[in-house]
Write a protein that binds this ligand. Structure first.
Ligand SMILES: Cc1ncc(COP(=O)(O)O)c(C=O)c1O
Length: 401
């Protein structure tokens, strides 16, 4: 439609949300569907966090606008978190809070990108990165990683992608959609490259920081290379580890001038993030953290179950990632085979469509994340449902001819 802005034509609806909606609609129509598309924990928000919100509401602390980019109590809790968990020193004036990590990312990119700018995004990537860059009128530069390398970007590949126009590297570890997490040494190898290119900033998306398994030790980019501190935005949030996706609170720490610009942008869009959710987030960050380890024990079991069962499916190859709650199997071995409906599988989109059609299992096609033929499974779902879904995938692959 000519009436719509050019910018809207550059982006598409989030494919992960599209799959979740499709699975929900099929379920509502009475189909037996297992949804493995959603990027959110199946666990409920811990009670102490919910109570903190209720208390704030009843005390009248949630009735009014708050400071645009976060209440002081939350900014202080975030500063303490960065120090305690990442060894990073930020002052409250260097902290911004938005309606989810996504808004914080959006603010950062919108506040910094001009039309000639490039943003390096290792692929497979979280679907929102390239689209927000496109919306801002800049150019996403995908650096494709390989399954053989654990879906991790090599320093040489980063070096090659950097140009004079490069403004940001978006660095997401553990990764959505692959679950790949970089070790300290792997991060250092990349930051050694970045140190030589002062025009490049790092957007460290640490959203899945707490979700790592097998004693994997998480590091944040500015922690590994303090020389990058002045040009790093460290992004995080309560959505994933604290089971608070619905509350919509994300945050970041970074240089004051950038934080200020992001607040200006937010002041002209959504104003402050939800007040009760901010108080809940204070409790999330300051309160007991032990439930995270308990959840991780369950996530790890599910990861191992999914990897083992998927590797037993004909034509599927599934690496075992270090973190997040996703696995990213290749379905290259099923291409050109024929599904029970008679359809020949030419793309991973065909694979996920036929899988949903034949077996009622909803997953997201890899091409949506920039690398296929593959698909993403979120194992943040009940273990019994996950096991049944993997059994159905095995059956689906076994029935291909
Ligand atoms: C890599 C990554 N970053 C950031 C976010 C944003 O999280 P939220 O906006 O729900 O806080 C997500 C959510 O899926 C994600 O996967």
């Amino acid at each position: 439609m000519a009436f719509l802005a050019d910018s809207i034509g550059r982006i598409k609806p989030s494919p992960t949300i599209a799959v979740t909606d499709k699975a929900r609609a099929l379920k509502a129509a009475g189909r037996d569907v297992i949804g493995l598309g959603a990027g959110e924990p199946d666990f409920d928000t811990p009670d102490n966090i919910k109570q903190a919100a209720i208390k704030a509401i009843m005390a009248g602390k949630a009735s009014k606008y708050t400071a645009v980019d976060g209440i002081p109590e939350l900014k202080e809790a975030i500063c303490r978190k960065f120090k305690r968990e990442n060894g990073l020193d930020y002052k409250p004036s260097q902290i911004t809070v938005g309606a989810g990590g996504k808004q914080v990312l959006f603010n950062a990119l919108m506040a910094t990108l001009n039309p000639d700018d490039e943003v390096i995004i290792p692929a497979p990537y979280w679907v929102s990165y390239p689209d927000i860059v496109l919306l801002a009128g800049a150019t996403p530069v995908a650096v494709t990683t390989r399954m053989e390398d654990g879906f991790k970007m090599k320093p040489q590949a980063l070096e090659k992608a950097i140009t004079k126009q490069t403004k940001w590297l978006i660095f997401n570890s553990p990764s959505n959609p692959t679950g790949a997490a970089y070790t300290r040494d792997e991060i250092k190898a990349l930051t050694d490259v970045l140190v030589k290119h002062p025009q490049v900033w790092v957007l460290a998306d640490d959203m899945y920081e707490h979700l790592v398994y097998d004693d994997f030790e998480f590091f944040s980019a500015a922690q590994v290379e303090p020389r990058l501190y002045e040009r790093t935005l460290t992004l995080n949030g309560v959505s994933k580890a604290y089971c608070m996706t619905g509350w919509r609170i994300g945050y970041a720490g970074g240089p004051e001038f950038l934080i200020k610009a992001m607040a200006t942008l937010q002041s002209q869009s959504t104003t402050n993030p939800n007040a009760a959710a901010q108080w809940a987030s204070v409790e999330a960050l300051n309160g007991p953290q032990d439930f995270i380890a308990e959840h991780n024990r369950i996530f790890k079991e599910r990861r191992d179950l999914a990897v083992s069962m998927l590797n037993q499916a004909n034509g599927i190859k599934c690496p075992k990632p270090e973190g997040a709650f996703y696995v990213y199997p290749s379905c290259a071995g099923t291409m050109r085979k024929t599904a029970p409906t008679g359809k020949t599988l030419a793309t991973d989109e065909d694979f996920v469509t036929e899988l949903l059609e034949s077996e009622g299992v909803a997953v997201v096609q890899g091409t949506a994340f920039g690398v296929g033929p593959a698909f993403r499974i979120s194992y943040a779902t009940a273990t019994t449902a996950l096991e049944e879904a993997c059994r159905r995938i095995q059956r689906f692959c076994g029935n291909l001819s």
